[in-house]
Each structure stands twice: as C-alpha cells, then as structure tokens.
Design a protein around this ligand. Structure first.
Ligand code: ATP
Ligand code: MN
Length: 462
C-alpha cells in the first residue's frame, strides 16, 4: 500500500502535492460546513489535521470516524491556517478501514492515568505518551548497537536458558518440562532431574556475563543486548521480572577503562536521544517532568563523580540525614542512599567503586586490601543504580578460593574457570538495565511504563 508517513508531511517538500495518509483517528470535531480530524500513524508524536469539506463528504460518510477508528485519506497537503499546526490535508477521498465503537473503545478522552493505561497495555501504544516512550526506546536500542559497533565491539548472543545457578544476581525462574503434578522422584524423595528436558535443572538467565567473558577473552570486546529474568518478589518502580540488559565485556581492560566506557556509553545514548527524539522528549517533559531536558543536558555536560564505597559511606554517615535503612561500612546501599549521594550531596551522577567483597559477586577482582573488590556502580538521579560492573578476578587461584569460601556450586561451571586456566587476561565489564536508561531519558517514574508489556510479580497479562 502506498502511503506517506505523517512524519514526512511536516518536512515541507510535499506541500501542494497529493498525498495518501493512513492512521488512527485521535479526535473529530467541526461544524456543518467543515469537519477536522486529528490523525496519527505512530510515525511521530504530531497529529496531522485532515479537513473534510462537507460539500464533498456527507454527514453519513463521516459519522463512523470516531476516536480510535482507522482510515485512509487521499488529499492535498496545504499550509494550515489554524494555529498549532503547519500543514493539513484537504481530503478528497476517504476509506474507512475499521471503526471503534465509542461505547467500548477505552481510550476515549485524553489524560488517562498511567495506572489505568497499564490495565490497557494492549492499546496504550496508541496514546501520545506511550507512542513517545516506545519511539525513544527504539532509538535508544539503535544507539546502543551503534555505539558498540562503531568501537569495534562484537554483538554476542548469550543463552537465555542456563544450567548455572551460581550467578548470584537474583532468584531464578526454573525451566522444566516435567509434569508438576507427577514429578519423577529419586529414592531419597528429591526430584529426578535426569528425566527433565536437559537432564538437569535449568533456569532463565539473570545475566549473560559469564558467557560474555568467554566471548571477550576470544574476540577482545563484546556486548550482549537481550532479555534477562529475575524472580525476585520486589515490587518497586525500578524492578521488572523480565528486563533487557546490555553487557559489554572487554579483554585487557581495568576498572578505570571500564568506568570511562560506562560514562561515554551513557552519554552517547542520551545525546542520541536528544538529537533524534526531541519532539517526543519535549512532549514527555511538558506532561510529566518539566526538568527533563535540563537534566539530560546536565548529565552530558558534567563528568561523573568517582569515589570509593568507603568514602561514600563516610559522607552518608556524616550527613546527619535520617535514612529508612541504616548505613554503615559493609551495608549494601539502598536506593535512598544512592540517591542522596547523587541528588543531595554531589548533584551529579556518581560512580562508586571498591565495594566490600561480601556484598558483591564472587567473580570481582580482589583489591590489595583483601577486603574490597574492584566493583563499580553508576548511580543516577531519580534512578539510583543504573549500571553495575567490575574488573574481573583473572587469577585462577584467587577465584577458586573465593568460590570455595562462598560454597558456590561450581560443578557445572568448569567451563567458566577454563577462561582463567588457559590464557587468562585482565578484563572488565558491566551491565546496564535498558529500562532504567529508558526511564531516565523519558522522565517516566515507573519502570512498568517504559517496556511495552511489563512482567512483574502477579502480572503477566498481554
Ligand atoms: P538493584 O540493586 O537495583 O536490584 P542489582 O544490583 O541486582 O540491581 P545487577 O545484578 O548489578 O543489579 O544488574 C545490572 C543492572 O541491571 C542494574 O544496574 C540495573 O540497571 C539493572 N537491573 C537489575 N535488576 C533489575 C530489575 N529487576 N529490573 C530492571 N532492571 C534491573
Ligand atoms: Mn548491581
């Protein structure tokens, strides 16, 4: 079907020409001489106004054009007299694809709450807000590939089904084809997984990092970008059960290289969105977050503060601020602590490094002090942790010792340890939660509103 996207109508070069537009009707209004339809086709936040002269169209013909219906219009693109729009289409011919019964179509009026729209997640992409968010999300996904590809990183696809249960990043969703109502049992009464599909227990991955390290220690620099799953029962505005993660992993990289990469990467993505999605971002700013554009520019214009966990904890302890969760050396920082450092103290993004080994994963490189590891978390205003990463322990002996100390079940992990047995190298990487980045760039406040179909505890509709 030949059509002109509405986004292209505003370019100016089609003025005076005959165009064919197709889309969904946002509103229809007018009088007995002329009717105006605001049409949107998803290519832009902007609607184009279609003008129906009632000398050419009958009332009867226009009546089915209600909010949500879908139409095709042939007409002439002309400059608009009305304020608020530059061009409009003078309709010559109308075809109705589908009607939307006003009694039943749920997106009638503007200004539905985000909570209401979550219940209508199958239709909410048709709203201005979700159109904007989803376009920004798509642009950011492209920017991510562009950033890494331009720098010689290879896109590595790591498995979603995994048999390693030691990643420690969060509770896992089990994957099984066993009949849960009639489980095969071993003599001691435990489930006999040798009868399961893979012959052993498997789960959905919480991270592609371990396999990412295999790629990095062969290709030099890789990134993953795919779904990850966490079965934590954390009902927060920043956690999903299914989310997308970007995980670069680089050989011959130390923690400083890793921090530089993280900072360049986030700034690149934000700049890409500002350069390519400004209409959508301005719409979101106007409706949800007046400071959005300034905040994005502020991140671009400032270097991230880099300091150690120990110094961060000292600042928090001496702040006199009353936190809900206590803060002391050794405590896992909560979002309120992270946001205090970023929003109240430094008023800039912060990269916190060198965390106590007890609160970080087994594969992180041990510092000389024997107490801290070369971890780095990037903390952002409004979000808290947006990136978590580290330099990895490359010494086989130290890694082996850590695994024993933590009693990690490594029997299925011999392949991971082989990276340290054969040609081990210093290397580092990090994970960025894609939805946390989209949250930041769109100014939305609930992570359920930046993924088309959110998965959260007790919610797997659509
Ligand atoms: P948090 O402390 O916020 O729960 P985490 O420390 O468990 O996060 P990591 O295992 O370091 O997270 O994962 C890397 C990144 O993935 C995080 O920095 C964050 O951006 C993102 N992330 C982690 N868990 C979730 C989740 N449940 N939903 C969405 N994004 C997440
Ligand atoms: Mn983390």
């Amino acid at each position: 079907m030949k059509r002109t996207k509405i986004n292209d109508l505003f370019r100016g070069d089609l003025l005076g020409q005959e165009v064919t537009v197709m889309g969904w009707v946002r509103t229809r209004r007018g009088n007995k001489h002329v009717q105006f339809v605001a049409l949107n086709d998803g290519s832009t936040i902007k609607n184009v106004q279609i003008v129906f002269d009632l000398q050419d169209f009958s009332d009867e013909e226009l009546k089915p054009i209600t909010t949500g219906s879908s139409i095709k219009v042939d007409g002439i693109l002309v400059e608009s007299m009305g304020k608020g729009q530059s061009v409009e289409v003078q309709a010559k011919k109308l075809e109705i694809f589908g009607t939307a019964d006003p009694e039943q179509y749920p997106l009638q009026k503007k200004g539905h709450t985000l909570e209401f729209l979550r219940e209508k997640a199958h239709l909410r992409p048709r709203t201005n807000t979700f159109g904007a968010v989803l376009r920004v999300r798509s642009a950011l996904a492209f920017a991510i590939h562009k950033f890494f590809q331009e720098r010689g990183f290879y896109y590595l696809n790591t498995p979603l089904i995994t048999a390693s249960d030691c990643e420690g990043a969060g509770a896992m969703f089990q994957v099984t084809t066993l009949n849960l109502n009639n489980l095969p049992k071993k003599e001691d009464g435990s489930v006999d997984y040798s009868a399961d599909f893979f012959g052993k227990p498997t789960a959905l991955t919480v991270s592609g990092q371990l396999e990412g390290e295999l790629g990095a220690t062969a290709l030099g620099a890789i990134y993953t970008f795919g779904p990850t799953f966490r079965a934590e029962n954390s009902n927060t505005p920043r956690h999903l059960s299914e989310f997308w993660m970007i995980e670069p992993e680089v050989a011959f990289f130390d923690i400083t290289d890793n921090m530089d990469l993280a900072e360049d990467f986030i700034k690149y993505c934000i700049k890409y969105a500002l350069d390519n999605c400004i209409d959508d971002i301005e719409f979101l700013a106007e409706h949800y977050d007046k400071e959005l554009v300034d905040r994005l520019k502020f991140v671009l214009d400032n270097e991230f503060v880099r300091l150690s966990y120990s110094d961060g904890v000292k600042i928090l302890e001496e702040s006199g601020h009353k936190f809900e969760f206590p803060v002391y050396w050794g405590a896992d920082l909560q979002s309120e602590h992270e946001r205090f450092l970023v929003e109240e103290h430094f008023k800039k993004p912060v990269i916190l490094t060198d965390y106590p080994k007890e609160i970080k994963a087994f594969y992180m490189k041990l510092n000389e002090d024997g107490k801290t590891v070369r971890a780095m978390d990037v903390l952002f205003p409004k979000i808290g942790e947006i990136i978590g990463g580290s330099e990895r322990e490359e010494s086989y002996d130290k890694l082996q010792k850590r695994i024993e100390e933590l009693d990690i079940p490594m029997k299925d992990m011999w392949w991971y340890l082989d990276t340290r047995r054969f040609g081990t190298v210093p290397h580092a990487g990090f994970g960025l939660g894609f939805e946390r980045l989209v949250l930041f760039v769109t100014g939305m406040t609930n992570i359920r509103d930046v993924i088309p179909f959110p998965r959260t505890p007790n919610n797997a509709e659509f």
